[in-house]
Design a protein around this ligand. Structure first.
Ligand SMILES: NC(=O)c1ccc[n+]([C@@H]2O[C@H](COP(=O)([O-])OP(=O)(O)OC[C@H]3O[C@@H](n4cnc5c(N)ncnc54)[C@H](OP(=O)(O)O)[C@@H]3O)[C@@H](O)[C@H]2O)c1
Length: 204
């Protein structure tokens, strides 16, 4: 599959690396194209870097941008996203306190994105996997929420291809729980000396 990743930061590197490991073609888009090109070179396996222009033939688009940036990018690309899988990975937390989400009441960031890009197949995934763990080898659990089974299935497939363990939790409304869950995971980092490299997993 062709995967377009918006942003060239830590999560773009982690997710891009996993997609490349699964032999998917990765395009990195950044508002500073040189950063996208640099990351693409690092990722290798046919990946390329570009400016924020066109969604083109991407099957999957990943918003590897901060919450408000993700809303902006979804707005910018909304009319090009019909039928595409759009992965929201953001954690809309108040980073001054790590004590609350900054989304509107009773709504996840993923649901906001689905309202902005109504024709996209929005999926919440990767918000509970820290970038450091994605970039290291390991079969992390990736929780996947989305209203369309086909879209969840595509995300599950690229996760498996990249050595990850997908867990489909159901409809997009469950993104609220995933965002709340990760808020706690972030909040306890100091207490558990997690150093932002812990992983949430279901043992079974
Ligand atoms: N880091 C983690 O372990 C982790 C884990 C799970 C989920 N997440 C989520 O993943 C997302 C990315 O996190 P990250 O750690 O990869 O952040 P990061 O390293 O700071 O990278 C963010 C990327 O987004 C770009 N960006 C920022 N604002 C933008 C905007 N308004 N429009 C377009 N591009 C914009 C940045 O470009 P510039 O360099 O030009 O600013 C950068 O390329 C966040 O939503 C975060 O909550 C992170």
């Amino acid at each position: 599959m062709e995967v377009l990743i918006a942003g060239s930061g830590n999560m773009a590197r982690g997710i891009g690396g996993r997609m490349c490991a699964g032999k998917h073609r990765v395009r990195i888009a950044d508002r500073e194209p040189s950063k996208a090109v640099t990351l693409a070179r690092e990722l290798e396996h046919e990946s390329t870097g570009e400016a924020f222009e066109s969604v083109g033939d991407a099957d999957i688009v990943v918003l590897a941008t901060p919450y408000r940036g993700s809303l902006e990018v979804a707005r910018r690309w909304a009319d090009q996203l019909a039928g595409k899988v759009l992965i929201d990975i953001c954690n809309p937390v108040d980073t001054a306190t790590y004590d609350r989400l900054v989304t509107p009441p009773d709504k996840s960031a993923a649901e906001e994105i689905a309202e902005i890009a109504p024709d996209a197949l929005v999926v919440k995934a990767f918000n509970t996997t820290f970038a450091t763990r994605l970039s290291a080898y390991g079969a992390l659990d990736v929780f996947i929420a989305g209203d369309e089974e086909k879209a969840r299935g595509r995300v599950a497939r690229v996760c498996e291809d990249g050595g990850l363990r997908p867990i489909q939790v159901g409809a997009l409304k469950h993104a609220r729980a995933l965002e709340a869950f990760q808020l706690l995971h972030m909040k306890v980092q100091d207490q558990i000396r997690g150093n932002w490299s812990t992983a949430l997993a279901i043992e079974y």
